[in-house]
Structures are given as C-alpha cells and as structure tokens.
Write a protein that binds this ligand. Sequence first.
Ligand SMILES: Cc1cc2nc3c(=O)[nH]c(=O)nc-3n(C[C@H](O)[C@H](O)[C@H](O)COP(=O)(O)O)c2cc1C
Length: 387
Amino acid sequence: MAHVIIGVTGGVAAYKSGEIVRLFVKAGDDVTPLLTKGAERFIGTRTLEALARRPAPDDLYPHLADADLLLIAPLSANTLAKLATGIADNVLTQLALAFPGPIVAAPAMNTRMWEHAATQHNVELLVGRGVRLVGPAVGELAEGEVGAGRMSEPSEIVDVCRSVLGRSVDDEWRGRSVLVTAGGTREALDSVRYFGNRSSGRMGYAVAAEAARRGATVTVIAANVSLPPPPGVEVVEVASAAELAEETFARERADLIVMAAAVADYRPSSPGQQKKKKDDAAWTVTLERTEDVLMELGRRRRPGQVLVGFAADEGEPGLAAAREKRQRKNVNLIAFNDVSRNDVGFDVDENELVLIGPEGETHVRKRSKEDCAVAILDCVAPLLAPS
Ligand SMILES: Cc1cc2nc3c(=O)[nH]c(=O)nc-3n(C[C@H](O)[C@H](O)[C@H](O)COP(=O)(O)O)c2cc1C
C-alpha cells in the first residue's frame, strides 16, 4: 500500500481526478486529495474526499510529509509555471518544493497554451529536475479544438505512478555507484573555434536521473550540457574528449558506467593558441585520433562491473557495426540509435534504441528519453553483481 497525494489544479480535466482517486483506493492505496483554489472552481474538495473514503486530516502538514508520491493531475499551465520557477504560494506548490519523493504530473490545457514557448521551457525545466510527466495526449479538447493538451487517461496516469512507486526505492540499486557521461565534447581549433557535435546530454541526464531515483549514487561527467542538473546527482563539467577521459578514468571503479556522451573521435592536431585571423586562403586542418575511452574502459573492466556504450550509427550496417563493437570493446550492453533519422536521437526529446546485450537484443520503440533510460536500466539490472 502506498500513500499518494493527488494535487488537483484548475482545469476542465479536474473532473477526471475523481476517477484517479477511485483507481488508487480500489487498489488499496491511501489517498490525500489536495486542491488549489483554481481547482475548487471545477470540482469540490468534498467529492474527492468522499472518493478517497477519508475526511480531510485536521492538520494537513504532517500528513503530507509521509507520502510516497505526489501526483498532480491535472497540472494547469499556471501551476506548471510555478513549479518550474519555485513559486510556493499555496499548499500544493509549497509541498512540491519541500517534497523529497517522486513527483508525477499530468498536464492538461489548451493546445496553444501547451505549445507556447514559455510552457515548453517550463516543461524542460521540470523534466530536467526529474519530475515525471504523463502526456498530454492529442485529442479533442473541451473547447472543441483538436490538438495536444488533453489530459492522459486516468488508468494510464495511475499505471505510470505505479511504476514510479515500484522503482522509487529499489534495493537492487541502493548504494550502487553509477557513472554516466553525457553531452558532446568540443575540440579546440583555436582559442575561440571548436569542432563539436549535436548531442544535448538529454539521454545521459535521463539515465543519471533514473539511476538516482532507484537509489544509486550517481556522478555525471557532463560535456557542454546546458540542461538543469538531474536531482541528487553530482555533475562534473568537462569540455574536450581529453578532459572527459581524465575525469572518467578517475572514477573508473564505479559499479556501472554508462557512456552516453558523444565523444569526439578526432581533434585538431595543433590547435591555435589565439584566434586565427581571417584571410583568403583555405584553412586546412589536420585531425588526429582521440583516445577511445569506451575501449579503454572495456580493457580495464573488473569482474562484476557493468559497462554500457552507445552507438550512434546509420541503418542496418550501423546496427551490425554496433553488434561487433560490443564484442570488440568488451562492453556488456550497447544502445544503438539510428542517427540517419531526424525524429529520434540527437537533440530531440525522443529516442528509439536497440539494446544489444549478452542474452540478445531488445528493441525499445520510439519513446521519451526518460522512458528509454528506464528500459536501459531494466536491461542492466540483471547484469549487476549481487550486492
Ligand atoms: C472554464 C475554464 C477552463 C480552464 N481550463 C484550463 C485548463 O484546462 N488548463 C489550464 O492550464 N488552465 C485552465 N484554465 C485557467 C486556470 O483555471 C487558471 O490559470 C487558474 O489560475 C489555475 O490556477 P491553479 O493552477 O492554481 O489551479 C481554465 C479557466 C477557465 C475559466
């Protein structure tokens, strides 16, 4: 049995929160509804308390402190913005700031509100901090328009909460040391120019956030990542492949190393110390190989240690190369993503992976990078040495 606080905010979908409460109660969970003033314009506190089969506690605060999960459904654009900026002007937003456990939220709003740059920026902040969003779905909205913004179905929201609750404290992961590399390295051409790549760091940050949520002690080596750090994770910033290699090898004893960063294979062999002046001549640059960090980690891998690599390559030949790379580099698991597609992979929110492991392959169909991180760690879990 879990204790779930259901925060409800002011939107038409507030009427569906009754069904969410009912589903939790039916499964034997303990539910405390918490409505904003905005929500009370759409649904009565009494209705939710009746469905929760318990009167509102006299003193709400001690009750809030012992909850296992905070769910906010529906999450209005207004409260979403407050959560993103840390505003605490009502009991729900105060709780969200103080709450140490997992937070799940189901946004619901008009499509234009959802797609507005301000909302999307706020979403990015929240997801980057480890808040798990469900939806919104695409469908018919209250105003009769069709688009993204409809709250996900109550059963789907409850399923996500259940999987988050199941994973929130996981004995398998508690106390494990996990090292994740994220982002893309930059190799200096001169004092201001560099060769780089399009990796945003989202996949690595999602893996780090998920490992931390499961109870692991997590460090991220972040190469030029501009996202907010995942909650509860130590972040070490690096710029170049050489710096990434140094910081990674300094922590090579980790129980699990996930090499999600896009590390340059080549760097200019003699970068200029100052900015090269523009002239009419072509600029020929000679590139030299950087150190293959994954290969070296594979060579040094100790018994029981798990090493995960990523292979960004194109189509079937790329997949075949990834299979070969797993063997050659002595890596436990390779996550192959097809970079010939522009809807998944680099610098977008979703990914599609083939996880190539010792026992076979798992096709992780297109989904959020947070859900890909769940799939990767689920594949890794059986490979971890017993603790
Ligand atoms: C009829 C009506 C429907 C609304 N529906 C939504 C909605 O679906 N999503 C949303 O973000 N805001 C919606 N709003 C606006 C919010 O109610 C408003 O921003 C309010 O301040 C939210 O307060 P809260 O976030 O504290 O609950 C609606 C307003 C009205 C009058």
